[in-house]
Design a protein around this ligand. Sequence first.
Ligand SMILES: NC(=O)C1=CN([C@@H]2O[C@H](COP(=O)(O)OP(=O)(O)OC[C@H]3O[C@@H](n4cnc5c(N)ncnc54)[C@H](O)[C@@H]3O)[C@@H](O)[C@H]2O)C=CC1
Ligand SMILES: C[C@H](CCCC(C)(C)O)[C@H]1CC[C@H]2[C@@H]3[C@H](O)CC4=CC(=O)CC[C@]4(C)[C@H]3CC[C@]12C
Length: 369
Amino acid sequence: MADSAQAQKLVYLVTGGCGFLGEHVVRMLLQREPRLGELRVFDRHLGPWLEELKTGPVRVTAIQGDVTEAHEVAAAVAGAHVVIHTAGLVDVFGRASPETIHEVNVQGTRNVIEACVQTGTQFLVYTSSMEVVGPNTKGHPFYRGNEDTLYEAVHRHPYPCSKALAERLVLEANGREVHGGLPLVTCALRPTGIYGEGHQIMRDFYRQGLRLGGWLFRAIPASVEHGRVYVGNVAWMHVLAARELERRAALMGGQVYFCYDGSPYKSYEDFNMEFLGPCGLQLVGARPLLPYWVLVFLAALNALLQWLLRPLVLYVPLLNPYTLAVASTTFTVSTDKAQRHFGYEPLFSWEDSRTRTILWVQAAGSSAQ
Ligand SMILES: NC(=O)C1=CN([C@@H]2O[C@H](COP(=O)(O)OP(=O)(O)OC[C@H]3O[C@@H](n4cnc5c(N)ncnc54)[C@H](O)[C@@H]3O)[C@@H](O)[C@H]2O)C=CC1
Ligand SMILES: C[C@H](CCCC(C)(C)O)[C@H]1CC[C@H]2[C@@H]3[C@H](O)CC4=CC(=O)CC[C@]4(C)[C@H]3CC[C@]12C
């Protein structure tokens, strides 16, 4: 990636490239990265949509693999200039065991770092999460915070614990010498709750609302603000960070950036209604219909049932003590660090993000996908 080789075409690897965010990163790279020569898409489950991308001018290589298998990761990374590591096990519902979450999110990330070091790949962008910071177990609000805001980040749940450990590995790896003698340059991007085309929880809420005759029932007070960011802007931020890591290595190396855009600050449910409302659903109640202690009780009951039923059946309700804590604790970011460090501006306005999401919810809700 030297200046003398302006015309050099670059090889990018996207791990988790067939996931919700990963697919947007892959498509964004193809649309917006002029130096892209080859795009490797690494995922445990490859999407059929990749086939259509193979007919374009950029070579797209689909690699079915597991980030927990060091040799598979090393083979995929070899010869890549840049790695965008978004693969992860996103599970706050108790589907997977804590050990599996740790294995994929922490050991998987370790494997990616080691592969970069062994094969000489110099640039690594990691998809971290707001969950690395909070909400913490004490339910402290994080109100319009930025990357420097002091906050007591204390976690017990396996998902935020694993993301925090993995992020630390990535940041500590910055500056390590890779094969060939150059330094590894890393950074971590921390999205808040991502929404947009492909957001399965949004689709599930829509279908649930349709089943209930068009009604959803407020569970969380409207005053609790929850940070949200549009998937297209998160993808754009990854592409831009990956592009600028070389030129601004000294500034960006070892840094974390919250992902942000112009999406409004609202409660989780009121925000969802920005899309579900135009699709015909209504949120019942200006205040939560059930007192908070009832929700706490139901969440605990769900956790108990999940544990009791585990030998027989996997019971995975949306409501559990952790999701209730996240949904009912204010967590919003207000920062311009990505703009200052690498010139990030959201690619999609709030109006565009909203329209695109509504169109997707309408299509996804009525189809059987
Ligand atoms: N969805 C959200 O609101 C947020 C997500 N994130 C992070 O963004 C990243 C992407 O998340 P989503 O797209 O929402 O999740 P997703 O589940 O849609 O995508 C994750 C992808 O990783 C792949 N994957 C999982 N385990 C793998 C393994 N062992 N080897 C190879 N590939 C594997 C999956 O097959 C999937 O395609 C994750 O690292 C997550 O922690 C961060 C903040 C918010
Ligand atoms: C499922 C929750 C909403 C249901 C609450 C109920 C049952 C009371 O109506 C979701 C509320 C907040 C979500 C999380 C948040 O957006 C932050 C996240 C970041 C990540 O890195 C992964 C996903 C998630 C943990 C996200 C998961 C769903 C919620 C808990």
